[in-house]
Design a protein around this ligand. Sequence first.
Ligand SMILES: *Cc1c(COP(=O)(O)O)cnc(C)c1O
Length: 354
Amino acid sequence: VAQTVTNQALLTRQELQERVGRLPRVRIAHLPTPLEDAPRLREALGPNAPRIAVKREDLTGLAFGGNKVRHLEFRMGDIRAKGADTLIVTNVAQSNHARLHTAVAAKFGLTNYIIKIPSHKDTPVNGNLLLDHLLGARIVEAPSADQEVVATELERLVADLEAQGHVVYNVPNDPFSKFAGACAYLLAAIELLEQLDAAGMRADHIFLASGTSSAGLALAGKLLGAPYRVHAVSVGGDRASIAEYVMAAANGAAEHLGLPSRLSAGDFTVHDEYVGERYGIPTEAGLAAMRLAARTEGLILDPVYTAKSLSALVDQIHQRAIGRDETVVFIHTGGLPITFAYNEEIMHGLTAGT
Ligand SMILES: *Cc1c(COP(=O)(O)O)cnc(C)c1O
């Protein structure tokens, strides 16, 4: 069990809040999201399991919610500041990112285009893809999943729409867009710390699927001298590339906001041993974690992000990497519509397992 080193605070919570508060923002999310104790999950994990609390970022409100609703408050602020009327995202059929950009576009009277990357979940139309259609996305099928092909398709669509007089917000390439999520999760960290204080708790570890959200939480922890360690769980991609992505998001935000520190590789932990075959393919351990959360807490996870993340926490507890006297916050980052597009895998797991 690693010894906890409490860092020196470089900023107060209020100072950090003020820095982030200077960014343009549109209020969309239902905040604060609940922080719920999970005592039956803990009990099921055995006598050495730590206290576990779940931060319900699946309950942010818009179109089935998720962590990205927080990101979109800042991205929408930027979209408005730049005067865009059209958004473009590129992603696969079961993308939470595409679903929530379409929802926010609908809510603010903008048009969202999805350059849809082929995947094994294109048919039947279900889960996030069904919601994309319902929410009025304009879907352009990319001819292949090849990165260069998708990039070319994106360039061509941007050029076409601009030629028609639209002001386009290119979500994958906009410089602010890349770290909007990290900015949002600087504030989510403060929200979490205040909830922990109010409950008389202290978090030693935070587990979540890796990305810009984990970047914001880790950077906030460093700036505020918070005692927690962020465990960024890869759901696709190796340790080195995930670490680089998380640091780029954190440090993009740090630079943009003029913050007094940067995130280094040693400041957080990346787990890449729970990916399984690849992104979007459920693992046995993930499906088992889904059943466990459902049957102990009535908590529904998605098979692509949150199930694999919880399987990481379960395994770390079983390996005794986390002590029984510690407290873990598991961030439920959402993704719930994906669950319905994986009915066969989940049912297979149920008949094969318990
Ligand atoms: C997108 C996503 C993530 C991780 O990526 P971020 O950059 O932090 O958004 C994690 N969980 C879910 C459910 C997601 O949709």
